[in-house]
Design a protein around this ligand. Structure first.
Ligand SMILES: Nc1nc2c(ncn2[C@@H]2O[C@H](COP(=O)(O)OP(=O)(O)OP(=O)(O)O)[C@@H](O)[C@H]2O)c(=O)[nH]1
Length: 392
């Protein structure tokens, strides 16, 4: 009996436990067990995620390939583009219109005066004044007027062409077409030719050095530039930019350094690189004549340890008139000038400076600047010059 009772109690306890468990499991408000999620896919790089899926990539079974690691981009070195400048020949003809614009008032005025029926003293005075105003200089003006007076007397009545012919002849005679205007830029065997560029800052000296380098390169020569104007760092930068445009190296020194040492290094580089011409831009400080002589003298002496100085070009601003002439005199006394580069001839009606500067300094105008463009430097051609003054 006791055995039965024990079994009944055990069954009752088990039944109670089962009922209690079921109640707890199904009771209202009980939270559902968390859903079982599939494992997360690995994150893709942003770009890959945005990329539209290609055909066949979508849907079940598509696999994701990770992109290869991106290498950091190599820095791109942009080489400056090397320009090919035009040759020097025919440049003055090309730039003739610039001359005609600036000089034709003089030509037209003279032609009109000389074509008058009666040429009395007043007219001759006016002719003289026009020439003086155009910076022809006193002595050349007197020579021109005297010669014209004689020729006109012989001629009697004059046609326009005859007057033009007379004037052309007289102006050309004053410019002297027979002067040797060739630039000495031929190398001497292994040694390059050396051109020293001197003149006051602001005359267009550095610009002319750069333009000359272009022009020589246009003629097929190899050039090295020397920035011996160490007084002004900007001048060296400017020259270097000119050089880079046409693939010419520029040798420079520290600001305020010894110009002679830069000139020496430039010539040494020229020899090393087997170039045809080394062009040295010097400082143009007009302190004292002795100071200038010492500086330019030293530059020249130092260059001559390695090569010969073939040309000493004086850069002169045509717009500065008599003031420029005085500066030119100081340079001519300090160094042996072999040629003149007359700049800004497009910006003045006083083209007569060509005549007076040659006469005063006894050296020919070899180059003329006719604009701010890189190829606006031309070998001087007296006939083109006079024809531009007189018109066609
Ligand atoms: N119209 C015209 N401008 C020129 C000519 N030659 C130079 N120039 C300009 O004259 C300005 C003055 O040049 P500069 O400041 O004299 O330059 P620079 O003489 O080369 O400089 P530094 O000699 O180093 O002082 C520049 O804007 C040149 O472009 C020319 O023949 N015609």
């Amino acid at each position: 009996m006791d055995g039965y009772l024990g079994v009944i109690v055990i069954v009752a306890v088990v039944a109670l436990l089962v009922i209690g468990g079921l109640f707890l499991y199904f009771r209202p408000g009980r939270k559902a067990p968390p859903p079982v999620l599939p494992p997360e896919a690995p994150a893709l790089p942003e770009e890959e995620e945005k990329r539209p899926a290609a055909a066949g990539e979508e849907g079940e079974g598509a696999t994701t390939t990770l992109p290869p690691p991106v290498k950091p981009a190599e820095p791109v070195v942009v080489e400056p583009e090397i320009e090919v400048p035009p040759p020097s020949a025919g440049r003055m003809v090309r730039l003739r219109s610039r001359l005609a614009r600036s000089q034709s008032t003089l030509g037209r005025g003279l032609l009109e005066l000389l074509s008058r029926d009666r040429l009395d003293d007043d007219v001759w005075d006016e002719i003289e004044e026009s020439l003086i105003t155009a910076d022809v200089g006193v002595a050349p003006t007197q020579a021109v007027v005297e010669e014209l007076r004689t020729r006109v007397k012989v001629l009697g009545s004059r046609t326009h062409d005859e007057v033009r012919g007379l004037l052309r002849e007289q102006l050309l005679a004053q410019i002297n077409p027979d002067l040797d205007r060739t630039l000495r830029v031929s190398p001497h065997g292994e040694r390059p030719a050396v051109v020293l560029v001197v003149g006051v800052n602001g005359t267009g000296k550095t610009t002319t050095t750069g333009k000359l380098a272009r022009s020589l390169i246009g003629d097929g020569r190899k050039v090295v530039l020397g920035a011996a104007d160490t007084f002004r760092a900007a001048a060296a930068d400017q020259l270097q930019t000119w050089g880079e445009r046409v693939g010419a190296d520029t040798v420079r020194g520290p600001e305020g350094g010894d110009p002679a040492s830069v000139a020496f290094d430039a010539v040494a580089r020229g020899i090393e690189e087997k170039v045809d011409v080394v062009i040295v831009d010097t400082a143009g400080r007009l302190h004292t004549k002795t100071g200038l002589m010492d500086e330019l003298g030293k530059v020249k002496r130092v260059i001559e340890k390695k090569a010969t100085v073939d040309e000493v070009l004086l850069v002169l601003d045509a717009t500065t008139g008599q003031n420029g002439m005085r500066q030119a005199q100081v340079f001519a006394e300090a160094v042996n000038i072999t040629g003149i580069a007359l700049t800004k001839l497009d910006g003045t009606a006083k083209g007569g400076i060509v005549i007076s500067v040659q006469r005063e300094l006894g050296v020919p105008v070899k180059l003329v600047g006719l604009g701010e463009g890189p190829d606006d430097l031309a070998p001087f051609d007296p006939e083109v010059f006079v024809d531009a003054i007189l018109g066609d």
